[in-house]
Design a protein around this ligand. Structure first.
Ligand code: GLN
Length: 311
């Protein structure tokens, strides 16, 4: 029996939602690399990926951008899958209350604090099994493509910029090397992570990626079981507690949907058992979360009944 919520998810006027969200202003476009600094601040798109495989889009949902940190949940998923869960011994799962690129490891263990901050993603990218650096890069791209349900590509210019200008990521990789918690060279880890951040997506395929995690690891468009349900559950749990960095508590109260933010202004949302969604709008708040993306996410949550803790 379809519920009233199902009907709303099918019928909600997404164009109208974007019109309302346009009234939200503020934030700054990221300028850590030239390609991100060039982003159009007025870009605004939203997509929903539903369990029946339908993808609903509005605004600039077809515009492509580098996935940036929205890739982190998927790197964690691939690392869990490829290590048979051992990744959980190698990376913490506690929120840090610090910025995404803080030069900080877990006290006592020297492990990265969680897979949603840069230290953790440098490690999870390195844990994906591919033999050597090229094999790992290929396996990551294949895995991300399976989540998206289409063949994704790396923006080589973005990848080069990330590697050239990502001094804090190099520092974090060396810090983990010095603690004995990173098993590949610092350069290999930075390359694997930078290439992952440089994968081109759009809001539509990012919503499908979020839906695959929300729906037990099965891509609702292709029907492919990309990762085990237990892996998907682990990943979504950590998105809920750590996905919006030092803004995760406020996010959980205001939106109530596990999500991952990124400096490209995209946010991927995974509402367990219900749907995946993505929003994109480049201007960011002080915690690196898209300002209009957060407003759109709160509206989606409210209007589609997605808040995990609402009665
Ligand atoms: N590539 C960016 C970095 O590592 C991604 C950060 C992000 O999206 N928060 O600095």
């Amino acid at each position: 029996m379809p519920s009233p919520d199902d009907a709303r998810r099918r019928d909600l006027d997404l164009d109208d939602l974007l019109r309302r969200v346009r009234g939200t202003t503020g934030g700054e476009v990221d300028d850590s690399i030239p390609q991100l600094a060039d982003a159009d601040p007025d870009l605004l798109g939203v997509a929903l990926a539903l369990p029946d495989g339908r993808v609903r889009t509005a605004g600039d949902a077809g515009a492509s951008f580098s996935v940036q940190s929205a890739v982190k949940p998927f790197l964690f998923a691939l690392a869990l899958a490829d290590t048979g869960g051992d990744a959980l011994d190698r990376v913490g799962i506690e929120p840090t209350g610090e910025a995404f690129d803080a030069l900080e490891l877990e006290a006592g263990t020297g492990r990265p604090p969680n897979p949603m901050v840069n230290a953790g993603a440098l490690l999870t990218a390195a844990l994906v099994d591919g033999g050597d650096a090229d094999g790992r890069a290929a396996r990551i791209l294949r895995g991300l493509s399976a989540f998206a349900g289409r063949d994704l590509e790396v923006d080589e210019d973005v990848s080069r910029s990330e590697q050239l200008l990502g001094d804090r990521n190099h520092a974090l990789a060396h810090l983990m090397r010095s603690e004995g918690t990173l098993h590949v060279t610092a350069d290999d880890a930075v390359e694997a992570y930078a290439r992952s951040c440089a994968v081109l997506v759009d809001a539509g395929c990012l919503a499908v990626m979020g839906a695959t995690l929300a729906l037990g690891g099965r891509n609702p468009v292709t029907g492919v079981q990309v990762v085990d349900a237990a892996v998907a559950r682990d990943v979504v749990s950590v998105m809920a507690t750590c996905g919006v960095y030092d803004g995760s508590g406020r996010w959980m109260r205001e939106v109530g949907v596990p999500a991952k933010s990124s400096v490209s202004g995209a946010i991927v949302l995974s509402a367990p058992r219900v749907l995946g969604a993505a929003v994109v709008s480049p201007p960011l708040d002080g915690q690196g979360t898209s300002v209009r993306g957060a407003a759109a996410s709160a509206a989606l949550s409210r209007e589609l009944g997605l808040h995990a803790f609402a009665s």
